[in-house]
Design a protein around this ligand. Structure first.
Ligand SMILES: [Cu+2]
Length: 127
C-alpha cells in the first residue's frame, strides 16, 4: 500500500512538472523568421502567415541595406511598422500585430515586396 501511494505521488508530481513545463514553453514566444534575399521574390517566405501574438523577425543575410516598411506608411495610411535601414547581418523584429493583411516593401529597392498575414489562433489551426 505504501508503495502504491508513492507511485501515485510520483505520478502527480510528474503531471505537475509537465503542466509547469507546458505553461513555461507556451509563454516563450519564438519569432516567425523571414529572410531577405538578393533575388526574386526577395523574401522567404514572400507571403508569411503568422499566428496573432507571435513576434515576426526579418533577417538580412544580404550584402545590402534594406527596409521593412508597411505599405500603409506611404501617405496618410496606418503605418504598422517601418524598420528604417537594416544593414547586412541586421535584423528587425515586430513584437506582434493584430490580425489582418500587411503588405510591405523595401523603400531602398521598391521591387522587393512581401505580404504578412496575421491570423487568429482559431483560424491558424485550420491552415
Ligand atoms: Cu532593399
Amino acid at each position: 500500500m505504501l508503495q502504491r501511494n508513492a507511485i501515485m505521488e510520483y505520478s502527480a508530481l510528474g503531471v505537475l512538472v509537465m503542466l509547469l513545463t507546458a505553461s513555461w514553453v507556451g509563454a516563450v514566444s519564438i519569432p516567425f523568421r523571414i529572410q531577405m534575399e538578393s533575388w526574386s521574390p526577395y523574401f522567404a517566405p514572400v507571403t508569411a502567415t503568422v499566428t496573432a501574438g507571435s513576434p515576426i523577425l526579418w533577417e538580412n543575410p544580404t550584402g545590402s541595406h534594406h527596409t521593412i516598411t508597411h505599405d500603409g506608411c506611404r501617405g496618410s495610411g496606418l503605418c504598422a511598422f517601418d524598420s528604417g535601414p537594416i544593414g547586412p547581418d541586421g535584423v528587425f523584429e515586430v513584437a506582434q500585430l493584430p490580425p489582418g493583411q500587411y503588405p510591405y516593401h523595401c523603400t531602398l529597392h521598391p521591387i522587393m515586396r512581401g505580404m504578412l498575414v496575421i491570423v487568429d489562433v482559431e483560424r491558424s489551426s485550420e491552415i
